[in-house]
Ligand binder design. Structure first.
Ligand code: DGY
Length: 418
């Protein structure tokens, strides 16, 4: 029997398109931004050269304004909608017009520790990451917190966070289109048509101004300050700063960005839910949603005792890691994408952040639960947090990377996995 480490490595190799890695065949046939950063880290555990190449390929999609898109369409694939003709991105390679949680700098810092010989490649990537982070600081802030302009930008596509904001979007004139995701995966595990109409409407709005950020600011009905983005960018800036100092770069603006984002993170604290919440930037109102994004504060270097009780209660209410949405809340759906399932990638970001901040019991539990998911049910995109049943796409790149770099990287687990 092949052990889980070898299975995980094989998934990365099978999803490798030569320079970039698909999240999974069929459902996601291109390079996705944050998936790719996880892939780079996963490869570095056994093939560091290929890991660095992954980040370099991601940088190739960078737009002139600094933005690194959430999807880079290297080769046309009719199995995915919306493709390059719908997005009409204006980068050097066909792409989407929005970004995604900026975790690449943080994975690059890890890769540099794992493979110091990659320093010359890291030095070449560093300024590109800095320009990308500057783009967020220029175009996405609300009171110092980072906004998303499309639910897909947060990576948490159909999270309940966005419900109020989505309801305010009129998508009556979105036109006819054919979804492809539901031909690859059970529709019960995917966003609804109501969601998709609004996802596509927001793309049409971006295209109508040729993705000009200044114009978008004025017309986009969807602008939500989000803990996922705020915490990942804060962490990424800390990592970028440390690498920049080592490389002898000018880091004074990164120091300022960190202060701004620390202040912005505090504006997302919502006492009413005992957690960090998303906020509609148009109305200033909190959305009142307790999700796993609140637990990213530790990953961002904010050791906040206020946030712990609600996260511990969410952990108690699930059997396999941290659910993406509070299992006790109305509307919790255990297998519908970001409305309940346990996601290994979020479990990793949360669990590793907690471990760094000394929240050991919860960190150990999240890591052990995440390992069990893969030991019992393979490398799925996400899992039912009560039963551990796999959901979404299979043979998933970032889940395999989380096994190689973290969940499976425990001596006692490794024996059990053989
Ligand atoms: C999708 O197609 O579901 C993606 O999550 C968009 O990024």
């Amino acid at each position: 029997m092949i052990n889980l480490h070898e299975q995980a490595r094989q998934i990365l190799r099978d999803n490798d398109k030569g320079g970039y890695t698909l999240p999974t065949h069929g459902l996601y046939p291109y390079q996705w931004n944050w998936d790719s950063a996880f892939a780079a880290w996963g490869f570095t555990t056994f093939d560091p050269d290929r890991g660095w190449t992954e980040l370099e390929t991601l940088m190739l999609g960078q737009w002139e304004d600094g933005m690194i898109p959430h999807i880079i369409f290297h080769q046309p694939d009719p199995g995915y909608f919306p493709g390059p003709d719908v997005w009409q991105g204006r980068g050097p390679i066909p792409s989407s017009g929005i970004s995604q949680p900026p975790v690449a700098a943080s994975f690059m810092a890890k890769m540099l520790t794992m493979h110091p010989a990659g320093e010359a490649r890291a030095r070449a990537i560093w300024p590109k990451l800095k320009e990308w982070h500057r783009w967020f600081m220029d175009w996405r802030l609300d009171q110092g917190a980072v906004c998303v302009t499309h639910p897909w930008e947060a990576g948490r596509d159909n999270a309940p966070d966005w419900d109020v904001n989505m309801a305010a979007i009129n998508a009556d004139d979105v036109g006819e289109y054919t979804r492809r995701d539901t031909s690859h995966v059970d529709p019960a595990m995917r966003p609804t048509k109501y969601d998709y109409d609004r996802y596509i409407k927001l793309v049409q709005i971006g295209v109508s101004v040729n993705w000009d950020q200044e114009k978008l600011l004025a017309i986009n009905p969807f602008r939500v300050a989000d803990p996922t983005m705020t915490f990942t960018l804060l962490r990424a800036n800390r990592d970028l700063l440390a690498m920049g100092r080592r490389f002898g770069e000018d880091v004074s603006d990164i120091e300022d960005w960190i202060k701004t984002l620390e202040g912005g993170a505090e504006t997302l604290w919502n006492d009413a839910i005992g957690g960090y919440d998303s906020r509609n930037a148009h109305t200033g109102r909190f959305n009142g949603i307790l999700s796993n994004a609140s637990a990213l504060c530790w990953y961002a270097g904010i050791n906040d005792a206020r946030a712990l009780p609600a996260i511990e209660a969410m952990l108690e209410a699930a059997t396999y890691g941290l659910a993406s949405y509070d299992p006790a809340a109305d509307g919790f759906e255990p297998v519908r994408y970001w409305r309940g399932p346990s996601w290994p990638i979020m479990n990793y970001l949360v669990g590793s952040g907690m471990a760094e901040q000394g929240i050991d019991a919860a960190a150990d539990r999240i890591r052990a639960d995440t390992a069990r998911l893969m030991q019992e049910n393979g490398f799925a995109e996400y899992y039912n947090p009560h039963t551990g049943a796999p959901a979404g796409g299979g043979t998933f790149t970032w889940t395999a990377a989380v096994w190689l770099g973290w969940a499976g990287d425990q001596p006692e687990k490794r024996q059990g996995a053989a």
